[in-house]
Design a protein around this ligand. Structure first.
Ligand code: CA
Ligand code: CA
Length: 180
């Protein structure tokens, strides 16, 4: 019986100069595969970075909401001081008596609340700072030093933070107005 001998078998049989019949990839094929893989990995890394950034923003927004309601709850729990206006641009003063059975006055509690609240802000938000004040035009202000609080019936919680981490005041701010 006759049959056609494949090139591979012929090579094996002749054993020419040690050549084998194994087939491999050319350098060009390898380079193309590397380029495609690199593009894919870069896309994956970009997607991961975007996802992390989005998660970080969501976490920041959650912390801002928690911090805002934390101060509003403190004020409602210390209503006499709130009515007197002690929470309007109050000073940050730690008073250990406020957390013991010794107790402190409503005004001292307002200052202690502000001390604890601003400490929480600094821990939770990069470059975080905040004020509570009366402000008829509550959606303004750039920092604690430039809070733009000009009085009025409504209280406003104002928060600022360095969202993009560049040390400049070019970030979004948060303002929440509420009736005492
Ligand atoms: Ca204002
Ligand atoms: Ca910034």
């Amino acid at each position: 019986m006759r049959y056609r001998e494949s090139a591979c078998l012929r090579l094996k049989r002749r054993n020419l100069q040690g050549r084998t019949c194994q087939r491999g990839f050319t350098l060009l094929e390898v380079l193309i595969a590397v380029v495609i893989l690199s593009v894919g990995l870069l896309g994956l890394a970009a997607l991961q970075a975007t996802s992390l950034k989005s998660n970080h923003h969501s976490l920041t927004r959650s912390q801002i909401a928690i911090l805002s309601y934390d101060m509003i709850d403190r004020m409602r729990a210390n209503r006499p001081a709130m009515i007197l206006g002690d929470y309007d641009l109050s000073t940050s003063t730690e008073n250990s008596n406020c957390t013991t059975v010794t107790g402190c006055t409503p005004t001292e509690m307002a200052d202690h609340d502000y001390f604890e609240w601003t400490t929480l802000i600094r821990r939770a938000l990069p470059g975080g700072q905040g004020v509570v004040c009366r402000d008829a035009t509550g959606s303004d202000g750039w920092s604690v030093a430039d809070h733009q609080c000009d009085g009025g019936a409504e209280f406003v919680v104002k928060l600022w933070w360095d969202e993009n981490g560049n040390g400049l005041s070019d970030d979004p701010a948060f303002f929440m107005s509420f009736q005492p």
